[in-house]
Design a protein around this ligand. Structure first.
Ligand code: F6R
Length: 270
């Protein structure tokens, strides 16, 4: 795991987008694992700008979203398909037939989860998986005590996750579905590369547990400590409770692989 600390959400999102850009230019048929949520909006904003101003080409890439609420029709304003279309799919030249989300309206949810796993396998696995972290420590919707070897499946959401997302449902927690389909922790760990983005004071405590605490199903993001190619890109606020901040900064400033990403002004969209 590598932790990269940047001044704010904008810079964290820009670096994340630049890393994805590099992967995509090297492999145009990249399989991207997508996340939703407020943190990711800024990452998608930069990818869209790179498409518009720097000809970043998404026409051959494939995408798989982490999760989807159960029981929300795909045209519901809070469905993750709507989110992805508004934030990303409709704004770049991606082929809609190459974008995938679990279907939370499937009549046979078990079958839906198994087929989603099979689709990921058939695509050759996920090359780069984007992740946020929830107040409950979740990645995807892998809530506390999710098996660390879990696969795509149905999951009941914790009260804290439903509260975290209530704002998007007009502030009414009762409108937030209580179940979702999510890729499992095991599914996520099979991605070739994982990038977790976390910003803001509200994430500081759970991020410290995920990065520096023990690996535990109580904080499923901590399972990323097992991943051989995982970057955690955070702002100063989210990093504020990390014990190893100075060491992480030193690594980012000194490791050869990061040289091309160190000058944040140079990373700006031209
Ligand atoms: C969404 C997802 C979640 C979010 C997490 C952070 O697809 O998988 O794990 O990434 O809840 O959400 P925000 O960015 O809204 O704080």
């Amino acid at each position: 795991m590598e932790v990269i600390i940047l001044p704010n959400l904008e810079k964290a999102a820009l670096l994340t987008a630049r890393i994805i850009e590099k992967e995509l230019r090297a492999k145009p048929e990249l399989v991207m694992g997508m996340a939703t949520g407020r943190t990711m909006e800024c990452v998608y904003k930069y990818l869209v700008e790179m498409h518009r101003k720097e000809n970043l080409d998404f026409c051959r890439c494939r995408t798989f979203n982490l999760d989807q609420y159960i029981g929300l029709p795909s045209d519901h304003p809070n469905s993750y398909l709507q989110y992805m279309q508004e934030q990303f799919f409709n704004l770049v030249n991606i082929d809609p037939t190459c974008t995938h989300l679990p279907n939370g309206m499937a009549s046979d949810l078990r079958w839906e989860c198994r087929s989603y796993e099979a689709l990921i396998q058939a695509a050759g696995g996920i090359d780069v998986q984007l992740l946020g972290i929830g107040a409950s420590g979740h990645i995807g919707f892998n809530e506390p005590i999710s098996a660390l070897a879990s696969r795509t499946r149905e999951k009941a959401l914790t009260p804290s996750t439903r509260e975290q997302n209530a704002e998007l449902f007009g502030g009414d927690v009762n409108k937030v579905p209580n179940r979702a389909i999510t890729m499992g922790v095991g599914t996520i760990l099979e991605a070739k590369r994982c990038i977790l983005v976390a910003t803001g004071h509200a994430k500081a405590s759970i991020l410290a547990k995920a990065v520096e605490g023990p690996i535990t199903s109580m904080v499923t993001a901590s399972a990323l400590q097992l991943h051989p190619n995982c970057q955690v890109i955070v702002d100063e606020d989210a990093a504020s409770l990390l014990q190893g901040r100075e060491y992480y900064r030193w690594i980012f400033q000194n490791e050869v692989e990061w040289v091309e990403f160190q000058d944040m002004d140079a990373l700006d969209i031209r």
